[in-house]
Design a protein around this ligand. Structure first.
Ligand code: HEM
Ligand SMILES: *[C@@H]1O[C@H](CO)[C@@H](O)[C@H](O)[C@H]1NC(C)=O
Ligand SMILES: *[C@@H]1O[C@H](CO)[C@@H](O)[C@H](O)[C@H]1NC(C)=O
Length: 466
């Protein structure tokens, strides 16, 4: 008797098993049953944050990669994340599947730079902003600024003659002025001091605790941000009255038919200054250090730059640089590339998976952070033999796709890269043809925060050649 009762029981158990089996089959197609990438998550909440910050972060990344391979999981700053360090994976995240990985930043940074800034945006709004930004920074547009950039470079260097300077500090002033030029055109000089004063307060709060009560750095910084927006609103309304056409970034933002709001313009102008200034200034600082340490490379760059000066003397041409001149600097260009590789000032970037994603048989769960580690790729001995060595000649061969990405790749790659390279070349032209410099103090240390920089910002003494 009991046996007959058992049949439906067995049957139902059987069906439950079958159902689960099918469900799992179906689910694993949807990737939920895939394993997570190898690696450890560390303590709850704090994860491996201390391991990351207690040492040079690059040592953390490199030792993880050595242990687990080019894709591994970890847990930092309260977020589980997957770090990737192969060219193929970087291409997957940044280029081919970029719609599955959105940019992500801490909320306090978004508030400071402006929620509607290009880095944080996606989809149609991002595409529209990107079109407007690129319009102002394509070679055709950047070309028209060569002589203005040159006079900023000459003035900067002249003001430093004979002085003991902190290279990074002075390069920040230079790259700030060039950024303002690219945003406001020749109007730049009128607003320079006011904008500088506010921006310098704003940035002091960038790495502070985001506590918004009177007296805190964050509160001061938010106040400076409001003042910046007011100055920008004034500039915008002055321009609206004159109805003139401008070929600078503000002109591009204001000329858009669909129209950006004043707030969107302000968020993006502050964002571009932020993206343009410290990045380019720290690359210049590293170049000056590497040239100082490699006399034969410095000689080759100086010879190349002097040849440009002499070429003009011969033809009786005016001694100002042209866009065409900047295309006659192959050695200087390779020094810039090699510096971008060795220093890798942006060692990685952040994305967040917007869905469960399968990569190479691993699951990257929805909501996890994904960090392409540019620096690990740039320091891989398989891609760049003897990677710690500074050797510009390695760029005589063009690197393979996605092995050299100082400006990122894909939808959010750097729209300012032409301008950055141009302003670096112009400064190096005048620096190497007219000046010599000596490094002061011990110079082997590196400081992190947020970019890698030579210790103390590289103190040097700058002397005019006789
Ligand atoms: C040597 C100096 C520079 C380096 C190494 C650099 C590097 C980068 C990288 C790697 C990204 C992509 C980040 C990501 O994918 O998450 C980026 C984005 C960006 N950069 Fe640069 N950059 C430099 C200079 C500049 C300059 C001079 C400007 C402006 C004139 C600029 C404007 C931007 C903007 C607006 C973005 C965001 C683009 C987007 O989200 O669509 N950068 N930069
Ligand atoms: C500074 O803090 C006060 C008090 O919390 C707040 O009312 C004010 O809005 C803050 N300032 C800015 C600019 O956010
Ligand atoms: C970006 O990705 C595309 C597609 O893989 C590739 O052709 C290109 O070379 C990459 N750019 C860089 C700088 O590696």
């Amino acid at each position: 008797m009991a046996f007959y009762f058992m049949i439906p029981l067995f049957a139902s158990i059987f069906f439950i098993f079958l159902f689960n089996f099918l469900l799992n089959l179906f689910k694993s197609k949807k990737s939920r049953d895939l394993p997570l990438p190898p690696g450890t998550l560390g303590w709850p909440y704090i994860g491996e944050t201390f391991q990351l910050y207690s040492q040079n972060p690059n040592v953390f990344f490199a030792s993880k990669q050595k242990r687990y391979g080019s894709i591994f999981k970890t847990h930092i700053l309260g977020c589980p994340c997957v770090m990737i360090s192969s060219p193929e994976a970087a291409k997957f995240v940044l280029v081919t599947k970029s719609h599955l990985f959105k940019p992500t930043f801490p909320a306090s940074k978004e508030r400071m730079l402006g929620k509607q800034a290009i880095f944080f945006s996606q989809g149609q709004y991002h595409a529209k902003l990107r079109k407007l930004v690129l319009r102002a920074f394509v070679p055709e547009a950047v070309k028209s600024f060569v002589s203005n950039i040159e006079s900023i470079a000459k003035d900067s260097l002249q003001s430093l003659e004979g002085r003991l300077i902190t290279t990074f500090q002075e390069m920040k002033t230079y790259t700030f002025n060039v950024a303002l030029l690219s945003i406001f055109g020749e109007d730049e000089v009128k607003y320079r001091e006011d904008l500088k004063r506010c921006y310098y307060i704003l940035e002091k709060g960038y790495n502070s605790m985001p506590i918004n009560i009177p007296g805190t750095l964050f509160n001061k910084s938010m106040k400076a941000r409001k003042e910046l927006a007011q100055i920008l609103a004034k500039i915008i309304s002055t321009r609206r009255e004159t109805k003139q056409e401008y070929n600078d970034l503000l002109g591009s933002f204001m000329g858009d038919k669909e129209g950006l709001t004043d707030e969107q313009i302000a968020d993006n102008i502050i964002g571009v200054i932020f993206a343009a200034r410290d990045t380019t200034a720290s690359v210049l600082t590293w170049i000056i250090k590497y040239l100082g340490e490699n006399p034969s490379v410095l000689q080759a760059v100086t010879d190349e730059q002097e040849a440009i000066v002499k070429g003009k003397e011969k033809c009786g041409e005016e001694q100002t640089l042209s866009w065409a001149d900047t295309k006659k600097m192959p050695i200087t260009s390779r020094v810039i590339q090699e510096t971008l590789r060795v220093a890798s000032i942006l060692s990685f970037t952040f994305r967040e998976a917007v869905a469960d994603v399968e990569y190479e048989g691993y699951l990257i769960p929805k909501g996890w952070k994904v960090l392409p580690l540019f620096r690990n790729i740039h320091h891989s001995p398989e891609i760049f033999p003897d990677p710690e060595k500074f050797d510009p000649s390695r760029f005589e061969v063009v690197p393979k796709p996605n092995t050299f990405m100082p400006f990122g790749n894909g939808t959010h790659s750097c729209p300012g890269n032409e301008l950055a390279k141009l302003e670096i070349m112009v400064l190096l032209h005048h620096l190497t043809t007219k000046y010599r410099w000596s490094m002061v103090g011990t110079n082997s240390g590196i400081q992190y925060g947020p970019f890698a920089l030579p210790q103390n910002g590289l103190p040097i003494r700058l002397i005019r050649k006789s």
